[in-house]
Unconditional design. Structure first.
Length: 320
């Protein structure tokens, strides 16, 4: 048996949970648990990852979020069985080049750090499905990230990214792209190649024009474009046949295309804080529409006798 923080563990222990234990260092006896596969040690006061971490050769999941870690030692990259690595909510500035050695990694969580550069050999992580880099100090999305062909979820919100490279179209398996609160001005035409994309979040950027070929993303269900500088919603929006949710809040839009009414699954529309004077009756009376926010628009009356019955239910769903 191995004694750790006053509790005995079998030498064959595979899961160890030490989160919220007020630890300043990792207990030395942990390294005797050579069969350990999952280690939870988040929400402590750890400042360093000990070099001895490499002794846990069977480790598959390592959770070290919400600590005070500033540096990732090279020894950690000897844990080639790792599938999940969580180092979010720390003070890390640099991702070492050795990250490419973690060839079995599926989820890499690095949000809320101080990272301003992604090493090019991250492309070696061929099995990576989730990459979370939100709230760091990135100014570009490296092409090496765009080469992660199996990536399904990419979170880069709240950085200082100025543009999305055209190579983003190579991420054909991506299902979720969250890039809100950056400084992005344009969306590359190549985005239409992301045929599996279901959720696209570009809120709070500086986008002025929606490229028409964005509406070739027929798998898209959730589209967030609020708090930008967009003036026009293209009429071919009806090509997004699976769209459920559209956020165009706080832009410079004057008209809502009636083609929106052709979307059979569409249910939520945010168009508050624009310059819209009216909404097409075809949109207001959609059977699928469950919620519409039209707050702070120079809106004319939308009620007519012909559509009175439809609007009674709709008014209950509106936020004014």
């Amino acid at each position: 048996m191995v004694l750790i923080l006053g509790k005995e563990y079998s030498i064959s222990t595979t899961v160890l949970k030490l989160s919220n234990s007020s630890l300043n260092t990792i207990p030395q006896n942990i390294y005797q648990l050579t069969q350990l596969k999952v280690l939870h040690i988040s929400c402590n006061n750890l400042e360093i990852i000990p070099s001895k971490i490499y002794l846990l050769t069977n480790l598959e999941e390592l959770y070290m979020g919400s600590n005070l870690i500033t540096f990732i030692p090279n020894e950690l990259f000897q844990l080639t069985n790792l599938r999940i690595l969580d180092l979010s909510f720390n003070k890390i500035k640099i991702i070492p080049d050795f990250i490419g050695k973690l060839v079995n990694l599926e989820d890499l969580l690095l949000s809320y750090n101080k990272i301003d550069h992604i090493p090019s050999n991250i492309f070696s992580l061929k099995k990576l499905r989730t990459l979370d880099l939100c709230r760091n100090k990135l100014t570009t999305l490296p092409l090496s990230v765009c080469s992660l062909g199996k990536l399904e979820k990419l979170y880069i919100e709240c950085n200082q990214i100025y543009h999305l490279p055209k190579e983003i179209g190579c991420m054909i398996n991506l299902k979720t792209l969250c890039a809100e609160s950056n400084m992005i001005r344009t969306v590359p035409n190549e985005i239409n190649k992301m045929i599996c994309l279901q959720k696209l979040v570009l809120t709070s950027n500086k986008i002025e024009v929606i490229p028409s070929n964005m509406f070739e993303l027929t798998s898209l269900e959730y589209l967030y474009l609020g708090c930008n500088r967009i003036k026009v919603i293209p009429s071919n929006i009806n090509n997004l046949k699976n769209l459920v949710y559209l956020d165009m809040y706080q832009n410079k839009i004057k008209e809502i295309p009636k083609e929106l009414s052709l979307l059979k699954h569409f249910s939520v529309l945010y168009i508050g804080y624009n310059d819209i004077k009216s909404v097409p009756k075809e949109v207001l009376t959609m059977d699928s529409l469950e919620y519409i926010n039209m707050y702070r628009n120079p809106m004319k009356s939308i009620s007519t006798k012909k559509y009175e019955n439809n609007l009674v239910g709709l008014k209950e769903k509106m936020v004014n």
